[in-house]
Design a protein around this ligand. Structure first.
Ligand code: NAP
Ligand code: ZN
Ligand code: ZN
Length: 350
């Protein structure tokens, strides 16, 4: 076993603090990764605070992992020591159900093995995430990071990137479509960049008027403050798609009214509490409401290659791991420009 430094929460009320864990020696099909950077997703915060229920402790969050291969198992052919690699939210799945066979491992019938706050396929061994110096992962769940992408700015692509890329592709957002992105945080800013690159006309709907200039610089054509009641009147019936990335409960009905006939609102934000849904905003103009969970392994690689081709990466604030609890507090206030990324060198030195 490999003793590994990490940061963990011991309970839903506890701040993150130094922790030591054991990683397995790489098996035949495993890749051992020296972690260099790990993005901080709002899902880390939801899970550490047990917003969604079912949290297991101690918990080492982190599912936006980028590093270099240290060693590989004897049967590994796709990776070698020194390669730049990434690990997202999935480290295993059944590999046999219809979803796994299609490459939609995130919808595995038996439940995916999450990078943290989950159990390995043995149903017993807890998984620990990327706020740590090393991780051992089966090669089938390891992504290749194109060398042209800066590694720190690539880390958020492993969750924020794929979580927004996948629904844009699945729901068919195309050049010329009018898309509203609700919430300009980690997911939201990636949605703006990716949709703009795909040729969509992007509007950001935000609770933070101070983010207007950033939204336009990221590639949005329009910005509207949701605190202004006229926004909902002026934009009624305007959009083909709405991608909702908001982390806290809010009124979906108000946003549905902004869709055109046959428009689609896609939820990726995962607030802890349900929101009442009225029939009328859907019935009128035959609108649709859908959702999307991260993305499969093959599609994550496609997204990374797309980002490399078009020069897309996350806008980040690099922090030492010692600042993680402060970063969580800022994230709760919507004060993220636009993704915290932990420099894991700060954990090696600690
Ligand atoms: P984030 O960086 O904290 O961004 C969330 C943004 O939502 C904030 O920056 C803010 O943007 C807006 N917001 C926050 N509180 C709000 C409120 N009360 N009302 C309206 N808007 C509010 O979070 P993130 O990492 O992007 O994650 C966003 C959500 O997606 C989280 O719930 C996370 O768990 C979920 N998620 C889902 C998946 C999936 O597979 N579906 C994957 C990853 C994350 P403005 O300042 O612009 O209003
Ligand atoms: Zn995430
Ligand atoms: Zn499966």
């Amino acid at each position: 076993m490999l003793t590994t430094r990490a940061y963990a929460a011991q309970s839903a009320k506890a701040p993150l603090a130094p922790f030591s864990l054991e990683r397995r020696e790489p098996g035949t099909h495993d890749v051992l990764i020296d972690i260099l950077y790990c993005g901080v997703c709002h899902s880390d915060l939801h899970q550490v605070r047990d917003d969604w229920g079912g949290a297991t402790f101690p918990m080492v969050p982190g599912h936006e992992i980028v590093g270099r291969v240290a060693r590989v198992g004897s049967a590994v052919t796709r990776f070698k020591a020194g390669d730049a690699v990434g690990v997202g939210c999935i480290v295993d799945s059944c590999r046999d159900c219809p979803s796994c066979r299609k490459g939609d491992e995130q919808y595995c019938d038996t439940g995916l093995v999450g990078t943290y706050n989950s159990r390995e396929r043995d149903g017993v061994t807890p998984t620990y995430g990327g706020y740590s110096t090393h991780i051992t992962v089966d090669e089938n769940y390891v992504l290749r990071i194109p060398e042209s992408l800066p590694l720190d700015r690539a880390a958020p692509l492993l969750c924020a990137g794929i979580t927004t890329y996948s629904p844009l592709r699945h729901y068919g957002v195309k050049a010329g479509d009018r898309l509203a992105v609700v919430g300009l945080g980690g997911l939201g800013h990636m949605a703006v960049k990716l949709a703009k690159t795909m040729g969509a006309e992007v509007t950001v709907l935000s609770t933070s008027p101070s983010k207007r200039d950033d939204a336009l610089a990221l590639g949005a054509t329009h910005f509207a403050a949701t605190s202004n009641k006229d926004t909902f009147k002026n934009l009624t019936g305007r959009f083909d798609f709405i991608l909702d990335t908001v982390s806290a409960p809010h009124d979906y009905n108000a946003y549905l009214n902004l869709l055109k006939v046959d428009g689609t609102m896609i939820l990726v934000g995962a607030p802890e509490a349900p929101t009442p849904l009225a029939a009328f905003p859907l019935i009128m103009r035959r609108r649709k409401l859908g959702g999307s969970l991260i993305g499969g392994i093959r599609e994550t690689q496609e997204m990374l290659d797309f980002c490399a081709k078009h020069g897309v990466a996350s806008d980040i604030e690099l922090i030492p791991i010692q600042k993680i609890n402060e970063a969580y507090e800022r994230m709760l206030k919507g004060d993220v420009r636009y993704r915290f990324v932990i420099d894991i060198a700060s954990l090696r030195k600690a």
